[in-house]
Ligand binder design. Structure first.
Ligand SMILES: NC(=O)c1ccc[n+]([C@@H]2O[C@H](COP(=O)([O-])OP(=O)(O)OC[C@H]3O[C@@H](n4cnc5c(N)ncnc54)[C@H](O)[C@@H]3O)[C@@H](O)[C@H]2O)c1
Length: 249
């Protein structure tokens, strides 16, 4: 059991989906949580409330992680509240179902900004804080980063492969300051994004073809908690595949 008591964690894009699942597990393991998303709707309020019921402090920060100004101000708020940050999970991400012929330059730029520029920006400002006491960063990539998406999604594939490079480079820089940086490559996890991308029928078919079936957000949260906890203390620069046997590297 990972013990994250006394740790402070930020999970980007954690109002729903995978980010929510990760935030809930980190809270369950003892960490205080900053939830970030584009807006504070009822679903997000419920996440914050659930974490508070677990006995953890939980603060919502509205910020678009593609905006340097908003990212900077988010980390300033975290620093003024706690004077530290132990865990950053770069989870916010999105996709558009389209092949290369239907992809415009602005589609490409939007996906790259959301999925990878955000990872650069948040890591930069988080590492400024973590430099003092160390910390752990987990970047959310995807099976698609290794294999390419089935039906094009060239922007999404590029952004998720790019995360491997960012992770390795930051792992080398971070080591000097006691900051570990790893990536995860989830397979098919049941969320709004995966249901939109694959459709209900597609999800069923995929589930049947995966040795351990479809994954859920808690499966991913538990792996992230491992990487951020004592069990991960000598692990940096890797990508952990969380895919139920969907493929083996
Ligand atoms: N679901 C899967 O099967 C799967 C598999 C592999 C990787 N992933 C990755 O996991 C991450 C989360 O995916 P998900 O399935 O939970 O998606 P989701 O669409 O269900 O949730 C994504 C969350 O991120 C937020 N977000 C989007 N853009 C943002 C921005 N600019 N600033 C702040 N928040 C923003 C959204 O509002 C939303 O709450 C993504 O990086 C995705 O690529 C998902």
């Amino acid at each position: 059991m990972e013990d994250l008591k006394g740790k402070v964690a930020l999970v980007t894009g954690s109002g729903r989906g995978l980010g929510k699942g990760i935030a809930l597990v980190l809270a369950e393991k003892g960490a205080d949580i900053f939830i970030n998303d584009l807006k504070l709707d009822d679903a997000v309020k419920e996440v914050v409330e659930t974490i508070r019921v677990l006995g953890r402090k939980c603060i919502f920060i509205k910020a678009d992680v593609t905006s340097e100004e908003e990212v900077k101000s988010m980390f300033e708020s975290i620093y003024s509240e706690y004077g530290r940050l132990d865990i950053l999970v770069n989870n916010a991400g999105t996709d558009k179902s389209q092949d290369i012929f239907a992809t415009s330059l602005s589609d490409w730029e939007f996906i790259m900004k959301t999925n990878i520029t955000s990872c650069f920006l948040c890591s930069k400002y988080a590492m400024e804080i973590m430099k003092k006491k160390g910390g752990s960063i987990v970047n959310v990539s995807s099976v698609v980063g290794h294999q390419g998406a089935l039906k094009g999604h060239v922007h999404y594939s590029a952004s998720k492969s790019g995360i491997f490079g960012v992770t390795k480079a930051l792992a080398r820089t971070g080591a000097t300051f006691g900051i570990r940086v790893n990536a995860i490559a989830p397979g098919v996890i049941e969320t709004e994004l995966s249901r939109t991308t694959h459709g209900e029928e597609g999800m069923k078919k995929l589930g049947a073809s995966i040795p351990l079936g479809l994954g859920n957000t808690r499966d991913v949260g538990l792996s992230v908690a491992f990487l951020c906890g004592e069990g991960g203390r000598y692990i940096t620069g890797i990508t952990l595949d969380i895919n139920g046997g969907l493929y083996f590297r």
